[in-house]
Design a protein around this ligand. Structure first.
Ligand code: ATP
Ligand code: MG
Ligand code: MG
Ligand code: MG
Length: 434
């Protein structure tokens, strides 16, 4: 993308309504614009990050054996009456009527719809286990939408739903998602800790929230320090094998949100290993047995010829919230510091003297070498403006090209995360970044 032609409405002033760093930076860097309370348009830079986050989520869901589908945003009230949640859900649900006065709603979650969908297909125990997921916009009419995309009213969620023959199978599905979540967040450069959690309106008996630590987090959390030091990605995972050792490592060390906090168990954790902090919920997994399958009449023919009601779980990730959460974890005074995996562009090519033929030619050459994962600052602006914008937008690498270097075949490379700068030949710069 050429900055001279890009739709990147950056802001000079810090927007007054934004209380936390990620919200301020997303507005200043021109990633999103609020169109009405808690509802956002994603602009080119933000949209690219959202898609990168989404793609990591997708790859890890697929690797764990879940299958992607796409369910609608609009649902009928009838489905929710079957589960009993239509009245129970309350004012967070956006309710609508169609022209025939039929009651509809904008889905806040999809347990009912997916159970009904699966019911139309699953006849026998051979149709189990299955895990279906989609990445779809949700609407929850939050009392206090705030912190930008972190607590929006319309937001993008990955939600998966597992169907198993029995409790043993359902626990295996739960562990698969548990491990997939650890990997998903680690690939985004986040340390997300699974914590015992309340099951809330989804119901059920086993549940973990995945929480990243940040001062601006809305929940108080307590955890064992070991959990912050574990390297999740160092070992490959066999999803068909026994995942209990991995899950046990995480669940045998103390980690709980304030709702589940147990002072007696906490006191057993040695003082130097106790971490109490604020946290942001980025994912949440539930095992709830037959709550929805029973209520909605889903049953299959079991191995002994008798009907069996499948055991279910559901597994959410806040895809759009993650964009804010990643910035909360990766920024400084100057702006965002994107982890490589989710950066909108990996490289920014900064042309410090637009109009100088040698500088222009070298800049074009480098831009071509890194495209399409590169942004080219070809604007007729001062160097200071270009440096400030590149820092604000947080590209992991900056390649700086000026007339002196262009004459000598040299460029300056800056690593945004560390601030390190180096003068390199053009070839070395290309191999360093690739
Ligand atoms: P919260 O406690 O923050 O209200 P929740 O527990 O109501 O979230 P879940 O029903 O567990 O949310 O949904 C799964 C995931 O969707 C959450 O872990 C979170 O990452 C994301 N999410 C929930 N509500 C919002 C929202 N209003 N804006 C953005 N993401 C959200
Ligand atoms: Mg909520
Ligand atoms: Mg919650
Ligand atoms: Mg939750």
């Amino acid at each position: 993308m050429r900055l001279s032609r890009a739709f990147l409405p950056t802001l000079k002033e810090t927007p007054a309504e934004a209380q936390i760093a990620s919200h301020r930076l997303m507005l200043r860097a021109g990633m999103v614009r609020q169109t009405s309370a808690g509802i956002y348009a994603w602009l080119p830079l933000g949209w690219r990050v959202l898609q990168k986050v989404e793609q990591i989520v997708r790859e890890e869901q697929d690797a764990a054996g879940a299958q992607e589908i796409l369910m609608p945003t609009i649902q009928t009230a009838d489905l929710w009456r079957q589960s009993g949640r239509y009245d129970a859900y309350g004012p967070e649900m956006l309710r609508l009527k169609d022209r025939h006065e039929r009651e509809m709603l904008f889905g806040p979650t999809n347990e009912e719809m997916v159970t009904d969908l699966f019911k139309g297909y699953a006849k026998s125990y051979r149709d189990l286990p299955r895990n279906l997921y989609h990445i779809q916009w949700k609407f929850r009419d939050e009392v206090r939408p705030r912190f930008g995309v972190m607590r929006g009213r319309e937001f993008l969620m990955k939600d998966a739903y597992s169907f198993d023959l029995d409790c043993t199978g359902a626990q295996k599905s739960y562990r698969q998602m548990f491990v997939a979540y650890l990997r998903t967040f680690a690939r985004m450069g986040l340390k997300a800790i699974p914590m015992q959690a309340d099951t809330g309106p989804i119901g059920g008996n086993l549940s973990h929230e995945f929480i990243i630590l940040a001062e601006t987090g809305e929940s108080q959390v307590y955890l064992h320090k070991d959990l912050l030091e574990f390297d999740v990605l160092s070992r490959p995972v066999d999803y068909d094998g026994d995942l209990s050792p991995i899950v046990d490592f995480w669940t045998s060390r103390y980690a709980a949100t304030d709702e589940k906090h147990d002072e007696a168990a906490w006191a057993q954790v040695p003082g130097e290993s106790q971490v109490s902090a604020r946290g942001i919920e980025v994912g949440h997994i539930f095992y709830f047995g037959t709550k929805y399958s029973a209520a909605m009449g889903l049953s299959v023919n079991g191995p002994e010829g008798k009907p069996v009601v499948p055991e279910m779980g559901s597994y959410g990730i806040g895809v759009s919230r993650l964009v804010g959460a990643i910035i909360e974890a990766n920024h400084d005074e100057a702006g965002i510091r994107w982890p490589d995996a989710v950066a909108p562009f990996k490289v920014a090519v900064l042309n410090l003297k637009k109009g100088d033929s040698a500088t222009d030619a070298l800049s074009e050459r480098l831009y071509a070498a890194f495209a399409p994962d590169a942004i080219y600052d070809d604007r007729e602006d001062r160097a200071g403006v270009k440096f400030a914008d590149a820092d604000l937008m947080g590209y992991p690498w900056q390649v700086v090209i000026g007339p002196r270097g262009a004459a000598a075949g040299k460029v300056e490379l800056k690593r945004r995360a560390t601030g390190e700068r180096e003068e390199l030949s053009v070839e070395d710069a290309i191999t360093r970044i690739k």
